[in-house]
Ligand binder design. Structure first.
Ligand SMILES: O=C(O)CCC(=O)C(=O)O
Length: 382
C-alpha cells in the first residue's frame, strides 16, 4: 500500500474501523476481500446524518471502490466496475478522486462504447431550439410585469457596481458563445457517447416538495431515455443540483467559469448541473450564495422575489426546508397564504446562451419549458 493509502487507513483505524482496515490489508493477497471492505464502509456512510460522517470513512470508502473495481475489471465486468468507481466519486472523499478518475478513463478506453439504447436516429435528436416552447402552464400572473433587467456582456466593474454590490438580479447575454457546450450539448448522443455508462443521481417526481418524490441512481443512457420519454409529472426525471463536472471531467472542459464569479471573495462554492426534460420544476426557495444560472440548452421560466419578502412567502418551519416556501406557485392557495398574493416579483424566460444573476437570498422558482441543460455557479462573499 502506498503512503496515502496507509494514512487513510490510519485515520479509519482511529475512527474504530479495525475490521475495515484488516480487510483492506488482506486485499493485497486476496482481492476478493475488497467487496466486503466496500460494504463495511458503505454501512458506515449510512449510519447517521450524512454531514456527521467522518472524512476518514469517506476516503476509506473511495479506496475500497478503487480496489473492488480493479477486481471487477480483472473478472471482465467493466460495466459494474464503472458503476462502483462512480459511486466512489459521488459518495467518497476527495483523497482518491484522481485514482477513481484515472481508473474510469482507463476502463472507458478498454471498453466498447455504450451501445445505443434506442434507435440511432433518436439519439441524434436535437435537444431543443430556443424557440420550441412547450405548452406548460406558467404560474398565474407570469410575464406581465416589466421585463427583467438585461445586460449584454457587462464589464466586471459594471457587474460589480450595478448588480453584485446592490444585489440586483439581471440577465447577462453574450457571455457564453465561446463555451464548447453551446454546440456539443445540443445533441443528446454526445452525452451518450462520453458518459452513457456512467451512474448519475436523478430526482424523480413532480418537485422535491411533492409526495412520492425520490432520488434514483441510473446510468446516463437510462436517464437520456427519460428525457425522450418523460412520462407523467410524477415520474419526471431531473438530474438536478449535481456536481456532474467533478464526476465527469470531459464535461468540465465544455464550460467556462465566468469571470464574474471572482467578485467579492471570489471563492467558488460549487458548479452544478441541472439537466432534464420539459416541465421540471424547482419550487420557490433561496440559497445563501451568489448564483449565475447559465442556460446552455433549452429555455426556462424563472421567477424571483426579493429577500425582504421572506416572511410573506411562508418558509417551512422544518430546519431542512427553511429555505423553501410553502407557497406552491403552480397551485397557489392564497386563502391560506393571503400575504403572498400581491407580492412584487420579477420574472423572465431564460433563453439559450443567457445567464441569470441571482443574488444571495433571492427567492427563485424555475420551470423548464423544453428539454433543458443549465449550469449554476455558486460563489461566496463575506
Ligand atoms: O434550474 C433549476 O431548476 C433550479 C436552479 C436553482 O435553483 C439554482 O441554481 O439555485
Amino acid at each position: 500500500m502506498d503512503a496515502l493509502e496507509e494514512s487513510v487507513l490510519a485515520s479509519v483505524w482511529r475512527q474504530g474501523g479495525f475490521a475495515f482496515c484488516q480487510l483492506m490489508r488482506k486485499c493485497r493477497s486476496d482481492p476478493s476481500m475488497a467487496e466486503e471492505a466496500h460494504d463495511l464502509a458503505w454501512e458506515q456512510l449510512h449510519l447517521g446524518d450524512w454531514h456527521q460522517v467522518d472524512c476518514a470513512w469517506r476516503d476509506g470508502y473511495a479506496l475500497a471502490c478503487v480496489y473492488w473495481a480493479e477486481e471487477l475489471r480483472r473478472k471482465g465486468d467493466h460495466a459494474e466496475a464503472t458503476r462502483v468507481l462512480d459511486m466512489g466519486l459521488m459518495m467518497g472523499g476527495l483523497a482518491f478522486r484522481p485514482r477513481l478518475n484515472a481508473a474510469i478513463s482507463s476502463l472507458s478506453q478498454a471498453s466498447e462504447p455504450p451501445s445505443a439504447v434506442r434507435g440511432d436516429d433518436q439519439l441524434t435528436v436535437q435537444v431543443a431550439s430556443s424557440t420550441s416552447f412547450c405548452p406548460f402552464v406558467l404560474p398565474p400572473g407570469s410575464l406581465q410585469g416589466p421585463p427583467m433587467r438585461t445586460m449584454a456582456f457587462p464589464s466586471i466593474q459594471k457587474f460589480l457596481q450595478e448588480l453584485f454590490a446592490p444585489g440586483v438580479p439581471a440577465i447577462l447575454t453574450d457571455t457564453m458563445a465561446h463555451w464548447p457546450a453551446m454546440e456539443k450539448w445540443k445533441d443528446l448522443s454526445y452525452f451518450h457517447k462520453i458518459a452513457g455508462n456512467r451512474t448519475v443521481p436523478v430526482e424523480v417526481g413532480e418537485t422535491y416538495l411533492a409526495e412520492g418524490w425520490k432520488q434514483e441512481l441510473m446510468t446516463m443512457s437510462r436517464f437520456l431515455d427519460r428525457i425522450h420519454d418523460p412520462g407523467d409529472s410524477t415520474s419526471r426525471a431531473y438530474l438536478a443540483q449535481h456536481p456532474l463536472f467533478d464526476q465527469i471531467p470531459e464535461l468540465q472542459r465544455d464550460i467556462v467559469t465566468p469571470d464574474y464569479c471572482a467578485c467579492g471573495d471570489g471563492e467558488l462554492h460549487s458548479i452544478n448541473a441541472w439537466f432534464g426534460p420539459s416541465g421540471t420544476v424547482t419550487p420557490l426557495h433561496h440559497d445563501p450564495h451568489h448564483n449565475l444560472l447559465a442556460q446552455v440548452v433549452g429555455t426556462k421560466y424563472v421567477r424571483l422575489y426579493s429577500p425582504e419578502l421572506s416572511d410573506s412567502l411562508h418558509p417551512f418551519s422544518d430546519p431542512m426546508l427553511q429555505n423553501s416556501s410553502q407557497l406552491d406557485l403552480d397551485k397557489p392557495d392564497y386563502e391560506r397564504f393571503p400575504l403572498a398574493e400581491k407580492l412584487a416579483f420579477v420574472d423572465c424566460v431564460l433563453g439559450e446562451g443567457q445567464m441569470l444573476y441571482i443574488p444571495p437570498k433571492w427567492w427563485h422558482y424555475v420551470k423548464s419549458l423544453s428539454p433543458s441543460f443549465s449550469v449554476s455557479f455558486w460563489w461566496r462573499s463575506s
